[in-house]
Design a protein around this ligand. Structure first.
Ligand SMILES: [Zn+2]
Length: 246
């Protein structure tokens, strides 16, 4: 039996990661993905756009192929299954509406019943990242309440802390950080953009690790949850915030 089939037949835990561009999930949660995959968790990443505008001097089809190849190579290193939606960069939200992406994701949630979804933060300055956050919240509103997973936000470029009061989760990625960096090296087309974040990541990894008592950690914020423990309080807080926003 193939590894994939074996995994499908096991009643294993599934985690989703939503990523606006082909490298965000690696930068934002690569260590956590590698760690979960090693624990036998089925990690499924959904990339919303190829990021075809990164190389304006090349034909879009060529850029898409290059970025898809890099993305799948990085996914193999991390041990996750990755699907790329071909949504238009800088128009992700409207294109997703046209193509029924949220509906598709709703079916994926029904099929795989993820325990956690990692998404971009609405405080992220990049418009595509904001769009993916908004689509994620649309999805959460649509799915059956029994299927609502814990929803965590992650940061990509933002060197600053999110100004959030949501509870944070530190994942110790000391043993997975090298895998994360190896996955990042699968994006040679992004070298120019990646040099700065690598330093940032190392800094942030050590800093988050320092504050959480681990040597290297990735930090997330829990923004939605269905579980009754901890979390009644969080729900109340979210409801209060939502009320304030109305
Ligand atoms: Zn991005």
């Amino acid at each position: 039996m193939s590894q994939k089939l074996q995994n499908a037949t096991k009643n294993q835990e599934t985690v989703f990661v939503f990523s606006a561009h082909s490298d965000d999930f690696v930068i934002g949660c690569g260590g956590t993905i590698a760690k979960y995959a090693k624990l036998g968790i089925n990690v499924r990443c959904y990339v919303f756009s190829y990021g075809e505008k990164s190389h304006p001097w090349m034909a879009a089809a060529e850029v898409k192929k290059m970025r898809a190849d890099e993305c799948y190579a990085a996914s193999e290193v991390l041990g996750c299954n990755t699907k790329i939606f071909d949504l238009m960069e800088l128009s992700i939200r409207s294109d997703a509406k046209l193509k029924g992406t949220v509906k598709f994701l709703e079916k994926q949630v029904e099929k795989y019943r993820p325990s956690k979804i990692f998404v971009h933060s609405k405080e992220d300055p990049h418009p595509d990242h904001k769009d993916v956050h908004a689509l994620s919240m649309q999805l959460i509103k649509r799915i059956d309440e029994k299927l609502i997973p814990d929803v965590y936000v992650y940061s990509v470029w933002n060197p600053f802390e999110f100004k959030t009061t949501y509870p944070s989760m530190f994942v110790d990625v000391k043993d997975n950080f090298e895998t994360k960096l190896e996955a990042m090296r699968k994006f040679p087309s992004q070298t120019v953009h990646v040099i700065f974040p690598v330093f940032l990541l190392l800094f942030r990894g050590f800093k988050d690790g320092f504050f959480s008592g681990h040597k290297l950690a990735e930090k997330f914020f829990l923004v939605k949850t269905s579980s009754i423990t901890a979390v009644t309080a969080v729900k109340k807080k979210i409801k209060l915030k939502e009320k304030r926003l109305k």
